[in-house]
Design a protein around this ligand. Structure first.
Ligand SMILES: [Zn+2]
Length: 330
């Protein structure tokens, strides 16, 4: 499917074959990150699967959740299922449940009073599931089914974390236990003791879960693009998409000027056909060529924008105003 999308982007619907000018991964980055925002099907599929893990958390009492829970409920947590392996019957839940680790990078539980969350197996601190982060001592505890409130013991006005183990910890396990206690003591758990637990969608503070939000997080992670890209200058509704696309390709330095064709083996004499004085490179053709500078000056006088000489085309693009109030859109 992606091969068809890629061929359509660079070749259109016509016959023939044209080489892609920009890497496909960069095309899939978001526009603010220098891409075209083309949908990555793998990330989108993951986002749709993660939606079911989120719904399993929030739709307590729904019939489908009861059905899944009756078959796959995690034995120590009421909010998650087991992570199934493929071959576990023919359940589509096997393909869904393997994405818990991704979900916990994006969501967590505000623990509240800790009465309904598994100490070891629920994610109640952003990005951390204790059984995964501290596996050696998780395997040694006497009560793997403990709620947070079972482990967080109050005595008068003082609180402490109490963990019991099946055997005496030594060496690496002992230091792992100390790391865990340091982590727990850094949480200020006592602040929320009077609230019930609640799931928190972390990527956007105050916003609710959406597939688009999951997709954006996954895609930005997989396709980071380039930093500090002038997307607001390039993608404007008033400019025809074909021109925006050309400027986008130009801004990545991917226009096939003669110097680039020479690099891939074309035997061509390199001379700028506009001024006939320099070699044709992208920066010369669009920024420093005398002919081009006359064109920029003409545009600048019509649009009332500053077109002082620049050495590279990306500097020219960055100098363009990005808001209509700057006069460019007029
Ligand atoms: Zn020239």
């Amino acid at each position: 499917m992606e091969r068809i999308m890629r061929r359509f982007l660079w070749n259109g619907t016509g016959e023939g074959k044209r080489a892609p000018l920009v890497k496909w991964d960069l095309c899939k980055a978001s526009k603010p990150n220098g891409g075209l925002g083309i949908l990555d099907l793998d990330c989108f599929n993951k986002a749709l699967l993660i939606k079911w893990l989120w719904r399993y958390i929030i739709e307590v009492g729904s019939w489908w959740r009861e059905l899944i829970a009756s078959k796959y409920q995690h034995k120590h947590s009421i909010w998650i299922t087991q992570t199934l392996k493929y071959g576990f019957g023919s359940s589509p839940w096997a393909g869904i449940s393997k994405h818990y680790s991704t979900l916990w990078k994006l969501a967590y539980f505000d623990p509240g009073n800790g009465c309904h969350l598994s100490f070891w197996y629920d994610c109640w601190s952003p990005g951390v599931v204790l059984a995964d982060s501290f596996p050696r001592i998780a395997a040694a505890v006497t009560a793997p089914e403990a709620r947070i409130a079972d482990v967080y013991i109050s005595s008068g006005e003082s609180f402490s974390w109490v963990l019991d183990f099946n055997y005496r910890l030594r060496g690496g396990a002992e230091s792992e236990k100390n790391e865990l206690l340091d982590f727990l003591n850094s949480l200020n758990f006592a602040e929320n003791l009077h609230n019930p637990c609640r799931p928190v969608w972390a990527p956007n503070v105050g916003s609710s879960f959406s597939v688009a939000s999951v997709y954006r997080c996954l895609a930005d992670d997989a396709f980071p693009g380039v930093p500090d890209f002038p997307d607001a200058v390039i993608w404007k509704n008033i400019i025809p998409p074909k021109i925006c696309f050309f400027i986008w390709t130009l801004s990545h330095g991917r226009i096939p000027t003669i110097d680039k064709l020479q690099r891939v083996g074309w035997e061509l004499a390199n001379r700028c056909e506009l001024c006939r004085q320099s070699e044709e490179t992208q920066d010369h053709l669009f920024a420093s060529c005398g002919y081009s500078m006359n064109v920029w000056n003409l545009i600048g006088s019509k649009c009332r924008i500053n077109t002082q000489p620049r050495s590279s085309i990306i500097d020219v693009i960055r100098s363009w105003p990005s808001r209509s109030s700057d006069g460019f859109d007029d």
